[in-house]
Design a protein around this ligand. Structure first.
Ligand SMILES: Nc1ncnc2c1ncn2[C@@H]1O[C@H](COP(=O)(O)OP(=O)(O)OP(=O)(O)O)[C@@H](O)[C@H]1O
Ligand SMILES: [Mg+2]
Length: 241
């Protein structure tokens, strides 16, 4: 029996066939503004609010205040309380970049993970994280080490990844092979705003719905709708996204 970690996001757990496989690492890809950070915040917040699970939110993009403001503005009003009482631990940009040597600051973080009992983690973003490594070899080694430690500590992790195209021209990056699951957030412009979609492309050990489903971002967070969309990977003007 495979254990699942529920995101608590309406509609998403259904298309995941119950949730994310426990102890796995899932990549959340999409272009800027697609909702990757909100999905991460909501995953951590719901963990505490709905499932009594503690979370770590790692951000290379923002400082703690920006993260709190983003969480509160989307309606996660108890975010600051959860941070204060330790149910949510935030490692922000300032903390992560404080050490001179980046790998030593990551080692500090890894020590912390091993000391306490957290179930969920978000890394926002893998794209930024990767910039700190000198070369492909170093990056590969560290990422493997990192995902291994997360697994050993029974953390179920989401890593956000900035990716403009669902099917990029270049080779699909290393991160796609290191991770157990792959969720794409897609947005296409319309005359009145944007249409948003979610596509679960891969989830190891899980029989998932691989259709593309429409989603919304509103006060309260992300909602995924169950009616599979007629979305064809083409935007309104028929150019590939
Ligand atoms: N309260 C809200 N109601 C509706 N939409 C919102 C609300 N708050 C944020 N959004 C939308 O959510 C999107 C931002 O999502 P988010 O910051 O998660 O994107 P992202 O994928 O992390 O982008 P980036 O790559 O720039 O970090 C914006 O497009 C914004 O329009
Ligand atoms: Mg973001």
């Amino acid at each position: 029996m495979i254990e699942l970690t529920k995101t608590g996001i309406d509609g998403l757990d259904q298309i995941l066939n119950g949730g994310i496989v426990k102890n796995s690492t899932t990549l959340v890809s999409g272009n800027p503004g697609a909702g990757k950070s909100i999905l991460g915040l909501q995953y951590i917040y719901n963990g505490v609010e709905m499932f009594d699970e503690k979370g770590i939110y790692l951000s290379f993009e923002e400082n703690e205040k920006d993260i709190r403001e983003a969480a509160e503005s989307i309606g996660f009003e108890n975010w600051a309380d959860h941070v204060e009482n330790g149910d949510i631990k935030v490692f922000d940009k300032q903390v992560l970049l404080r050490e001179n040597d980046f790998t030593s600051s990551l080692d500090l973080l890894l020590d912390d993970i091993q000391d306490d009992d957290y179930q969920r983690m978000v890394l926002d973003s893998l794209t930024m994280f990767q910039l700190f490594f000198e070369n492909e070899q170093e990056k590969r080694t560290y990422l493997l080490k990192f995902t291994d430690i997360l697994r050993k500590n029974e953390l179920t992790t989401l890593m956000t990844n900035e990716q403009g195209a669902v099917f990029p021209d270049t080779d699909i990056g290393l991160e796609n092979y290191l991770t157990d699951g792959n969720i794409y957030l897609i947005q296409t412009p319309t005359e009145s705003g944007v249409n948003r979609y979610v596509w679960v492309a891969k989830m190891r050990k899980q029989n998932i719905e691989t259709d593309i489903f429409p989603m919304e971002i509103e006060h309260g967070g992300i909602t995924v709708h169950q009616n599979a969309s007629a979305f064809s990977m083409m935007s309104e003007d028929e150019s590939p996204i």
